[in-house]
Design a protein around this ligand. Structure first.
Ligand code: HAM
Length: 420
């Protein structure tokens, strides 16, 4: 293995593609920031216990995919596989829910780690932007979050995504459904591991992708028929709000999600251009999670959108983001004195808020102009000894190719004016 190889299942983000990732994070968070969500940052690792209790002992994430470690001091830690448990833990620790303003609305952006089998769109290190609204049970809040994710994707120019929606019931109605489902599943012809799953998390069996399993599942009891009246009313309200907002969704009663904390509303954003890893984002309500990790009852809802998969979806749709050129002015000095003078101009431009760069290393005109072109700069400033003797710099418009001499003392003002 080469020393220059990133660990399996990971990849580096380098320019220019990295700019797209920044723009995607920005676009996903913008609607949240405009809707009362405050920024939260939590550590990249937590006590293992948090995820075991929060995400669920029976999930693949906890049993197979966590990067765990024991510190020299004996603490059992895990790199965070997801953000919800951490954000809720931080809100409880900081007593944000006691500040008298519920829901506590938070958004986050960061790296997450899952020891999964790497494939296209599935990595061991990936990045999410997420939102959590903590402490309120209100279908408007569920609808708000779905609408904001839809708005974020549309603002990026994504069109070929679908929203799958389901209700998983609550602590009143789900236990009875679980039992009915278990009774049905126990009679099927299934392998040992799946049989174990029936006892721990029977809803996950419905999610089994194998055709022979799916065939046996026809006629399985449906959660929809077991929802209590309160859950039914709540779900209908979420659906009506989405419809009123013009957000199209599809009812998907098979949507169970891979984390144990969900209750009632669950949803997933899927994109057909991604192959088997089609979920670009997902979320739902988690009314019991706070109590599961030892807190008070705090009904909550949230989502996380995968940045890596969102970029893949953009590429699959052929969407080119309209990214501004990182550099507006590129300075090319010819000679020692010009180096000092033009670097002074570049510093002044930057202080005036103009993105400017410089041909370093005393290269010749040809090489430096190549770099100027590559930088995407709209203007190039060139100066040699003769120009400086005359007190001017050459200002070249890289779009029109026009070049004119500008008094050195006016260069910054002229460029700020031209760049608007
Ligand atoms: P999740 O469905 O596990 O939910 O992950 C959300 C998104 O993260 C996925 O839709 C996908 O885009 C991305 N993602 C997950 N695993 C990988 C991977 N191995 N490689 C690349 N991308 C990946 C959660 O994490 C919940 N915390 C969402 C939530 C927030 N629920 C309530 N609040």
């Amino acid at each position: 293995m080469s020393t220059f190889q990133a660990p399996k299942g990971t990849y580096d983000l380098t320019p220019p593609r990295s700019a797209t990732f920044l723009a995607v994070r920005e676009a996903i968070s913008a609607p949240l920031r405009d809707s009362g969500y405050g920024y939260i940052e939590t550590p990249g690792f937590e006590n293992v216990e948090l995820f075991a209790r929060g995400v669920g002992e029976s999930t693949d994430i906890v049993t197979k995919e966590m990067y765990t470690l024991t510190t020299k001091g004996g603490d059992q830690l895990a790199l965070r596989p997801e953000g919800t448990a951490s954000v809720l833990r931080a809100a409880l620790e900081g007593n944000l829910h006691k500040a008298g303003n519920l829901p506590v609305k938070l958004w986050y952006s960061g790296s997450y780690y899952r020891y999964e089998r790497p494939q296209a769109g599935r990595y061991r290190h990936f990045s999410q932007v997420g939102a959590e609204a903590i402490g309120t049970e209100d279908p408007v809040l569920d609808a708000e979050l779905i609408i904001l994710a839809d708005q974020a994707y549309r603002s990026l120019g994504l069109r070929q995504f679908r929203i799958l929606l389901n209700s998983l019931g609550d602590k009143e109605c789900r236990p009875a459904y679980r039992e009915a489902l278990q009774t049905f599943l126990r009679d099927l012809d299934l392998d040992e591991e799946t049989r174990r799953r029936i006892e721990i998390n029977p809803l996950r069996v419905l999610d089994d992708k194998r055709a022979d399993v799916q065939k046996q599942l026809t006629g399985a009891p449906k959660l929809r028929d077991h929802l209590c009246d309160a859950c039914k009313t709540y779900h209908e309200e979420v659906r009506a709000l989405l419809t009123a907002a013009g957000v199209a969704f599809e009812d998907d009663e098979k949507l169970v999600r891979g984390l144990d904390y969900y209750t009632r509303t669950t949803f997933e954003f899927v994109h057909h251009g991604l192959g088997s890893q089609s979920a670009v984002g997902g979320g739902g309500r988690y009314d019991g999670l706070s109590e599961m990790i030892g807190g008070p009852a705090l009904p909550s809802v949230g989502w996380a959108l995968g940045v890596d998969r969102t970029v893949l979806a953009l590429e699959a749709e052929g969407v080119e983001l309209d990214l501004p050129a990182p550099t507006s002015v590129y300075a090319v000095p010819l000679g020692e004195e010009a180096r000092r003078v033009l670097f002074g101009v570049v510093t002044e431009l930057r202080r005036a808020g103009v993105a400017a760069d410089f041909a370093f290393g005393g290269r010749g005109l040809k090489g430096a102009m190549k770099s100027a072109n590559r930088s995407g700069a709209r203007y190039t400033l060139v100066a040699g000894e003769r120009d400086l003797a005359e007190g001017v710099v050459q200002l070249k418009d890289m779009e029109s190719g026009e070049q004119s001499a500008v008094p050195l003392a006016e260069a910054v003002a002229e460029l700020t004016k031209r760049l608007g």
